[in-house]
Write a protein that binds this ligand. Structure first.
Ligand code: ZN
Length: 64
């Protein structure tokens, strides 16, 4: 079946993209480094966010 062949092909490609050379780990590290530590200007709580805000989630809800 053609579907079977496609599945096998994508399996092989998946093996090559996840080759263990660190590319997957690098991707995870990159997404984590987007998080920055911010001190909430309202309650002073230190929190991590990847958004451009200086209000923690709780205070952000209060202010809305
Ligand atoms: Zn806060």
């Amino acid at each position: 079946m053609a579907d079977d062949e496609k599945g096998f092909d994508s399996k092989i490609k998946g093996m090559y993209s996840g080759c263990g050379c660190g590319c997957q780990t690098g991707f995870v590290e990159k997404s984590e480094s987007d998080l920055k530590q911010v001190k909430c200007r309202s309650c002073g709580k230190i929190f991590k966010t990847n958004r451009d805000t200086d209000l923690c989630i709780i205070c952000e809800k209060k202010h809305r």
